[in-house]
Write a protein that binds this ligand. Structure first.
Ligand code: AMP
Ligand code: GLY
Length: 421
């Protein structure tokens, strides 16, 4: 079969890497892809958000299966459009992807179906939001309702910071229409864990757990990023917690979405805070996480295409999903200045010296005059397997040594929390 992967980051590189290993697959295309993806797939210069362009391509090439990486095309209805055209596509429809596209909707669903989450209030105007913040005080968390490329959340330790976030979101409209509503939440303390699950709308099969590292600097310092690294499994996520998350969070979410007339099919990502009162949902994503997908797919033993086909046929219940016992760690190499402004076009060297057993997933790269150059904030995700987390950490950091580009920076403590446990 011919598969099209939509997107061009590290997550999509991991998806393509896994999909080409399937004996069912004869060709993989990726739109738009990147320099690393081009080693396994034919990259097509169509934006992940150009739904009509993607549809025309999929028709013209007789694509058998389309797998969507990023949230924007899901929330914009790519899956609905492809399905209406009779094309097989993996991901939630628009009204289900809204669980990521609107934080207010996600909170309503959680409230209605008794899913544990932070207490909250939703506002459509800045004055009421400010009154609420002054009344309730800090710390609190201020979130733009809509998609804001991971930048719409402020964890405010003071009332002034929270008020400033309301101004940025609702008055400066820094995230455009995503800021027409804000959600203000109770601040939760604990350790974060990402739990992704496959679902066909009825059966829920969780993937191996993972932990992201959102802050740019070691020790969780500095501003939030798209994610500076991840590892799997996350020791904080015990077997007991796993059972609780399935029972209290994943299953009720999928049931609730179905009851709301928003049947959910695809990957459901629950960002959780493990608090002293149990796990609580920080956010849902309607897709694979980035960079969690890189270590998670390194550990997936089963053919991903087989899993996807079972989901599309509504028979996930009978589908085995097996994981390697080994741990995996992904360290992101970022451009100088990221998550702020950064330059592109820096030549990357040392990519040919990566040892066996390590995958260097490309996040933001391009080919220029035969050389691989930087083309984004997150550039590479060096991902290694190991018998233990410690071994995977050592292998990943060893593999980074020969890699270089001007301005390159990365965290040196990815996976450290797992070692502390
Ligand atoms: P979100 O995009 O909603 O996951 O928020 C981004 C990050 O902000 C999360 O990964 C957490 O680190 C933090 N965060 C979000 N909500 C809360 C909360 N209620 N309490 C504490 N931290 C939070
Ligand atoms: N790693 C966080 C996300 O994919 O949203």
């Amino acid at each position: 079969m011919k598969v099209l992967v939509v997107g061009g980051g590290g997550r999509e590189h991991a998806l393509v890497w896994k999909i080409v290993q399937s004996p069912r697959v004869e060709a993989v295309y990726c739109a738009p892809g990147n320099a690393g993806i081009a080693r396994h797939a034919r990259c097509i210069p169509i934006s992940a958000e150009d739904i009509q362009g993607l549809l025309d391509f999929a028709w013209g090439e007789r694509i058998d299966l389309t797998v969507v990486g990023p949230e924007a095309p899901l929330v914009a209805g790519l899956v609905d459009t492809f399905e209406e055209a009779g094309l097989k596509v993996f991901g939630p429809r628009e009204n289900a992807a809204e669980i990521e596209g609107s934080k207010a909707l996600a909170k309503e669903i959680m409230e209605k179906y008794g899913i544990p989450t932070a207490r909250y209030a939703t506002f459509t105007g800045p004055a009421a939001a400010r009154d609420y913040i002054r009344q309730h005080g800090a710390p609190c968390v201020v979130k733009a309702d809509g998609l804001a490329a991971g930048k719409g959340v402020t964890v405010a330790m003071t009332v002034d910071e929270a008020l400033a976030a309301v101004e940025t979101i609702m008055e400066d409209l820094a995230f455009g229409a995503a800021g027409e509503r804000v959600v203000i939440e109770e601040y939760l303390e604990g350790e974060e864990v990402s739990v992704l699950a496959f679902t066909d709308g009825e059966t829920v099969v969780p993937m191996a757990s993972a932990q992201d590292h959102k802050r740019v600097f070691d020790g969780d310092q500095g501003p939030n990023t798209g994610g500076m690294g991840a590892y799997s499994p996350a020791p904080v996520y015990t077997d007991q917690l796993h059972e609780q998350v399935i029972r209290e969070i994943l299953v009720p979410t999928v049931r609730g979405m179905a009851a709301e007339g928003r049947p959910y099919r695809g990957v459901l990502y629950a960002g959780l805070m493990v608090t002293k009162d149990g796990p609580k949902v920080l956010e849902y994503n309607a897709r694979f996480g980035d960079p969690e997908t890189q270590p998670i797919l390194m550990r997936l033993e089963t053919d991903l295409v087989e899993i996807i086909e079972s989901i599309l046929a509504g028979r996930l219940a009978g589908q085995p999903v097996r994981w390697k016992d080994e741990a995996a760690v992904c360290v992101v190499l970022a451009s100088g200045g990221y998550p702020g402004d950064y330059q592109k076009g820096k030549v990357i060297t040392g990519l040919d010296q990566v040892p066996a057993g390590v995958e260097v997933f490309h996040a933001g790269t391009a080919l220029k005059d035969g050389q691989v150059v930087t083309a984004g904030g997150r550039v590479l995700g060096v991902t290694a397997l190991g018998a233990t987390i410690r071994e995977a950490i050592n292998t990943a950091y060893e593999a980074i040594k020969p890699i270089h580009f001007e301005g390159m920076h990365y965290r040196t403590d990815i996976g450290g929390k797992a070692l502390e446990r």
